[in-house]
Design a protein around this ligand. Structure first.
Ligand SMILES: CN1c2c(nc(N)[nH]c2=O)NC[C@@H]1CNc1ccc(C(=O)N[C@@H](CCC(=O)N[C@@H](CCC(=O)N[C@@H](CCC(=O)O)C(=O)O)C(=O)O)C(=O)O)cc1
Ligand code: HCS
Ligand code: ZN
Length: 767
């Protein structure tokens, strides 16, 4: 029999129940036990969905209140002193690491949070000390959750992050120099202890994730697998199925023979079906292959015919008893259920599968290969019909979009003049002081804004009333920026539900959902729009609000757009045409918007590309350069239609550019704002090494945390930046937009930020 398996399930629940409970707990509206009870309810509900669907191998310990990597930090007691010394309750200490803690006399910023591989999910980075020790938590969560499921009559396979990935995905704490992988010997005994405890609780198999095997790894990290997995195997421990996802592991094949004593291996055959042959050739004679054929990263229905062919070919190679049919990765990255979507056009709804539907898909595929296609004939026929309908739909063939694309030429990718000429015109035109201050676009999305938007969506208020409300919000935001004395203003983005969803809702070729939420970080979720066809812009998308704001402000107003790559990456993209074509279609739509903004009197335009980096293929080499080439072209196509005197900004909320700086430079943006407050200012060295000529605003404070940094902290940060950047080059801004913050902390933090900028402005003037 071929077993079916799911690598992980979304945590939030049908209506983002976990988000609501967590935020209510933070706000002091529910108790700790209420929150824990809600977590338990959700876990049980999700296990039951999988059990009722007939899944053979159901995951546990995939649930996390904030982030699963953070769970492991606490599980192994890799908790920096600054969090452990206050005697906080376990869960509060956990949230303090995730989001910072600033109350009851405790003031500690969060740990760094970064992208999980090439997804839009963020994990909390393990942060190690030179004298790091590890200790297994009392009552370890993987054991507790396994027993919880068992009590409900559900046998699960716990998921844990493997020791090599846990270390490699971490970093040395600020001021420390330890190389995380050197901590392996100290960490392994704690893994053994955990596995022993799991075995004692009745666990037979564990899914141990080592996703870093998809990267190009330093030799030292590669060599760490052998000793690690030797120590983690033995009759006294559960059997281990090592899981990889989001890429192929063929380049790390030489690691596999060293871990032959593993029970099995999981590989992603959605991304890289071609790796099957090589992997199978390295499997030991008894080892299981878990074939990831149901996409954990996108919402398209699985093509059963294709998936069954892959599984059948695996069976031919290793035999039925050694194959598992699985999701390609955890389903964390897809929304909960399609059943909640009552407004989707039935034509496209028939093309989609969310987590609940994907759970059934693995069961159908496993049954098809176990019992033969006749056992699931109806499902196979319906699936073939959906595939055919999608392939022949009119949505995917818009001739006018194709015609316009054919006319794109090189000239359309370049600004009229090089930067020095543009800069002198912009200087004349905008008259900005040194160390100009600005924000990244969004101001707090208050519950009042969300309530009014919700009322408008439901038809409870008219468009006129909603527009009036938005204008009033813009008025307020301008008044506050006047009071703060910022230099380049923004309109605050009150009309936007999300920086990608908003554009998806205004472009042809997209559909959007009502409940299809996906966790982005902590309690924050996004509702990615879905690209179903060729993209075009039926009408201006942002001009009305920006024009209104500009008419009310005395300082330059920055127009605010989401760039083509970010629109692509944070949507669910099509899988029937190359992403470069989708990016080009988006770029042309945005180019029209940029030109329309300029015509409306907006002379500073920011085109956000925070997703540019996460789109980088995970391995270095030709594939990466190819991506960067079309991604940079898309940005330039979107932004090059304006005059020299119009200043193009771009924004990235990450600080690691080292591996693709040439692409950032090639964007030719007049001003870049980047995240920098939580990373080492040394990362700015790349701007020095490359003699980067244009302007940069490295964020001076972290916006993910409610904590307000003092004026002195920001001055210190600016002082560090000044070691790398020329005074005439440096802008002062936060790390990212302020939509998740409250007004009180926003005003306080920005006051400190503007004061820090003024301090340096005066100092430079008198020097
Ligand atoms: C900058 N980032 C973004 C990423 N991806 C995106 N797609 N967008 C981003 O901005 N990736 C990297 C980072 C991640 N950062 C964030 C930051 C903030 C959020 C966030 O705040 N998400 C919100 C949801 C946003 C949204 O769409 N809001 C809707 C309201 C929807 C809603 O809650 N409706 C209620 C009813 C209304 C009410 O009564 O409040 C309901 O449906 O129940 C809107 O504004 O209209 C979040 O709350 O999690 C995400 C990623
Ligand atoms: N303009 C957006 C960028 C977020 S990455 C914002 O300010 O929210
Ligand atoms: Zn950002």
């Amino acid at each position: 029999m071929v077993a079916s398996s799911v690598l992980g399930f979304p945590r939030q629940g049908v209506l983002r129940d976990l988000k609501k409970a967590t935020e209510a707990y933070w706000a002091g509206k529910i108790s700790q036990s209420d929150l824990l009870a809600e977590g338990k309810r959700l876990r049980l509900a999700h296990w039951k969905i999988m059990k009722d669907a007939g899944v053979d191998i159901i995951p546990s310990n995939d649930f996390a209140y904030y982030d699963h990597v953070l769970d492991h930090i606490q599980l192994f007691n890799a908790i920096p002193d600054r969090y452990s010394k206050h005697g906080l309750d376990t869960i509060d200490q956990y949230f303090a690491m995730g989001r910072g803690h600033q109350k009851d006399g405790i003031d500690v910023p969060s740990l760094e949070m970064v992208k999980w591989f090439d997804s839009n999910y963020h994990y909390v980075k393990p942060t190690f000390q030179d004298n790091q020790t590890f200790k297994l938590a009392d009552d370890p969560k993987p054991v507790r959750h396994f027993l919880e499921a068992k009590e409900a009559g559900i046998t699960t396979r716990p998921v844990i992050l493997g020791p090599v990935s846990f270390l490699h995905l971490g970093k040395a704490d600020r001021g420390q120099s330890v190389q995380p992988i050197d901590l392996l010997d100290k960490l392994l005994p704690v893994y053994v202890e955990l596995l022993e405890a799991l075995k004692k609780a009745g666990v037979e198999d564990v899914q141990i994730d080592e996703p870093i095997l998809v990267f190009d790894l330093p030799p030292k990290v590669k060599e760490a697998f052998k000793p690690a997995y030797e120590k983690l195997s033995g009759d006294f421990l559960p059997r281990l199925l090592l899981a990889t996802y989001f890429g192929d592991i063929v380049h790390n094949l030489d690691v596999l023979p060293s871990i032959q004593h593993l029970y099995g291996l999981h590989i992603d055959l959605v991304r890289n079906p071609e790796q099957l042959e090589s992997i199978v050739s390295q499997l030991g004679p008894q080892q299981i292959l878990s074939a990831g054929v149901v996409d954990g990263r996108n919402i398209w229905k699985t093509n059963f015919k294709r998936a069954i062919e892959i599984v059948e070919s695996t069976i031919q190679k290793v035999g039925k008893e050694r194959v598992i049919v699985a999701t390609s990765s955890s389903l964390l990255h897809v929304p909960h259920t399609l059943d909640s979507e009552k407004k989707l056009d039935p034509e496209v709804k028939d093309w989609f599968a969310f987590a609940v539907q994907k759970v059934s898909e693995v069961v159908v595929i496993a049954k098809a290969v176990t019992e033969g296609p006749a056992a699931v004939r109806e499902e196979l026929e319906a699936n073939a019909k959906s595939m055919a309908a999608r392939a022949s739909s009119k949505r995917t063939n818009n001739q006018s979009v194709k015609d316009r694309l054919a006319k794109v030429n090189d000239e359309m990718h370049n600004r009229q003049s090089p930067f020095p000429e543009r800069h002198s015109q912009q200087k004349e035109h905008l008259k900005l002081p040194t160390f100009p201050t600005t924000t990244i676009g969004s101001f707090p999305q208050t519950s009042e804004i969300r309530i009014q938007r919700n009322k408008f969506t439901k038809g409870e208020i008219t468009e006129e009333e909603y527009n009036k409300f938005i204008e009033n919000e813009i008025d307020q935001v301008i008044k506050i920026q006047d009071e703060l004395d910022l230099d380049v203003y923004v309109h605050g983005e009150p009309e936007r539900n999300d920086m990608v969803q908003y554009f998806g809702e205004r472009l042809d070729g997209y559909v959007f959902t009502t409940h299809a939420w996906v966790q982005s970080y902590g309690s924050r979720c996004v509702r990615p729009p879905i690209i179903v066809g060729d993209i075009s812009r039926p009408a201006p998308m942002t001009v009305k609000e920006s024009k209104y704001a500009a008419s009310k402000s005395k300082k330059p107003m920055k127009g605010m757009l989401t760039g083509p790559i970010t629109c692509l990456r944070w949507s669910f993209p099509r899988d029937d045409i190359h992403q470069s074509v989708q990016a080009q279609q988006l770029a042309l739509a945005l180019r029209d918007e940029v030109v329309d903004l300029e015509s409306a009197g907006i002379y500073v335009i920011q085109v956000d590309e925070p997703a540019l980096r996460e789109g980088l293929p995970l391995r270095t080499g030709r594939e990466r350069e190819n991506y960067l080439s079309w991604a940079v072209d898309a940005f330039k196509l979107a932004t090059s239609g304006v005059k020299d005197s119009t200043q193009i900004h771009s924004h990235f909320c990450y600080s690691e550019f080292q591996d693709f700086f040439h692409a950032i430079a090639a964007l030719d943006a007049d001003v870049l704002s980047i995240e920098n407050s939580k990373s080492d200012a040394k990362l700015l060295q790349v701007f020095v090494d490359t003699a980067y000529p244009r302007h940069i605003g490295p964020g001076v404070y972290d916006i993910h945390s409610p904590r307000v940094p003092s004026e002195q902290e920001m001055k210190d940060r600016v002082a560090e930046m000044r070691r790398y950047l020329r005074p005439d080059q440096l802008w002062i801004n936060p790390d990212c937009g302020l939509k998740t913050r409250q007004w009180k902390e926003t005003k306080e933090a920005l006051t400190n930020m503007v004061n820090a900028a003024k301090f340096y402005r005066e100092k430079t003037a008198t020097a």
